[in-house]
Design a protein around this ligand. Structure first.
Ligand code: ZN
Length: 388
């Protein structure tokens, strides 16, 4: 079935004005003014007064659930389809976190395949916080070459008491193996790095680039808005040509302990002349977030959400930023860095991952590879057991 979407304000993510978009079999076939279709086998949807955005690309989500840092009862639940689809996220990269014992890569791949069958596009990082890197096949490069979903290593932890306290040499070897596996498989082979609040910040990544032949761009560090100090280190890292990633999921306890809210972090980046194409946002969905009382004692846990990615986009727009300028932070920037060549942009030949919204950013419809997941703001597809 051909679908012709008429008269949308197209953000590709750059603003392209009023356009019609024709799609079928999961791909965008044509974009133009007043497209004419000589086929009775097509449906038309009137998009007048609406804007069309690329499906959001989330470079970090704990699709199998994360957490567990307060004991077994604090492990978070796995994701469902509508955790992403209702908020316009059509592509995710799943990762393990602190726990790579009760959470396994086998489970991660199985969950990715399940969400793919539900309609999303899902990729994975091999490994976890720890070093030596846990793999499925015995090596990072074999995982990259032999397992379709795996596009890199992550989130390997540095500057964090929960990490493996890697040396420069150890991290360089991980990056080298990931780089070669990426080259041989035609994938990004990126090392996605969890940066904690430890003293070193991003220093270890700079040391690898200085002391070995691995370029800084091999690393894609996240949680850069964790503190003002790390944010400023991140700006220097981005100005050196590499990507940085801000975490969208937050709560009051995180902000009280010094995390910089996404809107503030992006505004600071603009003020510091950091190119916005060097920045992405990730949800850290289904990670656990601490809650503290007035005395700083841990009193509970909340869960990060994939929804935070779209909510952050809305907050950036509400703060007066231009939609076309900030949209790459949640679409094309991560897609480019992760070499997801069919994702993050609306153009002929790209996957038909699209979000139709009102001018004030209320989501009407979401398609993932042409499949309608959300209609009139309501889910029309669910994961198998999510309503049980
Ligand atoms: Zn992390």
């Amino acid at each position: 079935m051909l679908t012709l979407l008429r008269n949308v304000e197209l953000y590709a993510p750059q603003y392209c004005g009023n356009q019609d978009v024709l799609f079928a079999a999961g791909k965008i076939l044509a974009i133009g003014h007043n497209l004419n279709i000589n086929s009775e086998l097509h449906q038309e949807i009137d998009g007048s007064g609406k804007q069309l955005l690329p499906g959001l690309v989330d470079p970090l989500a704990h699709i199998t659930g994360g957490g567990g840092e307060g004991g077994f009862a604090t492990r978070t639940r796995a994701m469902n389809l509508t955790d992403a689809s209702l908020y316009g996220v059509t592509t995710l990269v799943g990762a393990l976190g602190t726990d790579s014992i009760s959470r396994t890569l086998e489970e991660l791949i199985a969950k990715a395949k399940g969400l793919q069958q539900d309609g999303l596009s899902v990729y994975c990082y091999t490994g976890s916080y720890s070093y030596p890197v846990a793999t499925l096949t015995g090596s990072i490069s074999r995982d990259l070459m032999l397992i379709d979903q795996i596009i890199g290593v992550g989130e390997i932890a540095i500057a964090d008491h929960r990490g493996s306290q890697l040396s420069v040499h150890e991290l360089a070897r991980v990056a080298a193996e990931c780089r070669v596996g990426g080259m041989l498989s035609g994938k990004a082979g990126i090392v996605f790095v969890h940066v904690g609040d430890g003293k070193g910040g991003l220093n270890l990544l700079h040391q690898v680039a200085e002391q070995t032949d691995i370029p800084l761009t091999q690393f894609y560090p996240t949680h850069i808005n964790r503190s003002q100090q790390l944010l400023e280190q991140g700006f220097a890292f981005a100005k050196a040509g590499a990507m940085i990633d801000f975490t969208a999921s937050t709560n009051q306890a995180c902000l009280d302990s010094g995390e910089v809210a996404v809107v503030d972090a992006v505004q600071q980046a603009i003020n510091a002349n950091v190119p916005l194409r060097q920045i992405s946002l990730s949800s850290d969905g289904n990670a656990s977030l601490p809650v503290f009382n007035d005395r700083g004692e841990l009193t509970g846990l909340e869960m990060g959400t994939v929804a935070s990615l779209y909510q952050s986009l809305c907050q950036l727009v509400a703060a007066g930023m231009n939609l076309a300028e900030v949209l790459p932070l949640v679409t094309s920037n991560a897609a480019r860095t992760l070499k997801l060549t069919q994702k993050g942009q609306l153009a002929v030949g790209m996957d038909a991952d699209m979000v139709l919204t009102t001018p004030d950013m209320v989501i009407d419809k979401v398609w993932s590879q042409g499949l309608l997941l959300v209609d009139q703001g309501q889910a029309v597809r669910y994961s198998q057991f999510e309503r049980c």
